[in-house]
Design a protein around this ligand. Structure first.
Ligand SMILES: [Cu+2]
Length: 333
């Protein structure tokens, strides 16, 4: 019995640790300076709390055992009042701990605020939170995209964030802290990613029915990869070839879609829906919550309210229209 218990405990701990290893998002594996500072602060607080916990609990257990009521104890034990030494220790101790935490916290806050030398950014991104997807505009590069943010490794990235509707919160734990995304106010966040990779994040402020499907994907790539990505994003949309593709394009530009979506118009002011120009260059869609492939895209056109209940894409499509749209959308690399 004893073995069964310990083996299952080990198994559970193993499962738990396996969950931590290498999974994105986790703030325990930071890949930027500011995320590392925050992760360090977390470790310091965790260690301090663990020491206090162990100290208090062991004193408690010791006293419970040592001074328990025995069969021969009579009446109340000796009562102690007003021991100034004890009172001093348990008042000054916590004050000191809180002071230490305060100093570490302020140091970290200063370290992660926009550093002086990056007053000039390498890449500016204007991020707009929508219910329930992210718009990423690169004002200097004339690029508009959604849900998947591309940045070069080692560069100073400045994000200016605001919201088109309610309060959201941008959080990619391995790269940055949380920052509120508020309508009518622009907040700024700086980061510099240390390592090429794909990092996932999440809207961290409850923002309505589909908050859970408002995720973020950040692709950190080499300078060359980023330049190639930029070049591709700046291209106009692919021209349709077959009749079916042409019909698909017409539905998008003159039919059921252009009241919300843009195609090949990076200048468009605050569209209500993700730009479709290079849709298929992205790996995820629908608030970075679904893999972008043919099957999922078709499902989106057929039955998106089932996929992402409550989303704001309201449009009725026939089977033929969906076929035509699929033919063209799949080409928008
Ligand atoms: Cu949100």
């Amino acid at each position: 019995m004893k073995h069964v218990v310990s083996i299952s405990m080990l198994f559970l701990v193993g499962l738990f640790l396996a969950g931590c290893a290498g999974q994105s998002p986790t703030f325990l594996q930071p890949y930027s300076l500011i995320a590392a500072d925050e992760s360090n602060l977390y470790t310091i607080i965790l260690v301090m709390a663990a020491v206090v916990f162990l100290l208090v609990e062991s004193l408690l257990v010791y006293n419970i055992v040592r001074f328990r009521r025995r069969s021969d104890s009579k009446g109340e034990p000796r009562q102690i009042y007003g021991n100034w030494r004890l009172e001093f220790v348990w008042s000054a101790g916590p004050v000191l701990l809180v002071l230490i935490l305060f100093v570490f916290t302020v140091t970290t806050m200063n370290a992660i605020a926009a550093p002086e030398q990056t007053a000039k950014s390498d890449v500016n991104v204007h991020i707009i939170g929508h219910q329930w997807w992210w718009e990423f505009d690169y004002p200097d590069l004339n690029i508009k995209t959604a849900n998947e943010l591309h940045v070069p490794v080692g560069a100073a990235i400045r994000l200016n964030l605001n919201s088109a509707d309610v309060i959201h919160s941008f959080w990619v734990p391995q790269l940055s802290h949380k920052i509120d995304v508020i309508p009518g106010q622009t907040n700024t966040l700086w980061f510099r990613a240390d390592q090429v990779g794909v990092y996932d994040g999440h809207c961290a402020e409850f923002c309505g029915a589909n908050h859970a499907n408002m995720r973020i994907r950040v692709v950190v790539e080499t300078a060359d990869q980023f330049a190639a990505w930029v070049k591709n994003q700046q291209e106009p949309p692919v021209q349709p070839v077959t009749d079916q593709e042409k019909e698909g394009q017409l539905i998008i530009t003159q039919g059921a879609c252009n009241s919300c979506h843009t195609l090949g118009d990076a200048e468009a002011v605050s569209p209500i829906a993700p730009d479709l120009t290079h849709l298929m260059s992205r790996a995820v869609f629908g608030g970075a919550s679904f893999d972008l492939n043919e099957a999922n895209l078709r499902r989106w056109l057929e039955d998106r309210q089932d996929m992402k209940p409550g989303n704001d894409m309201i449009v009725a499509l026939t089977k033929d229209q969906i076929d035509a749209l699929m033919a063209y959308l799949m080409k928008l690399k």
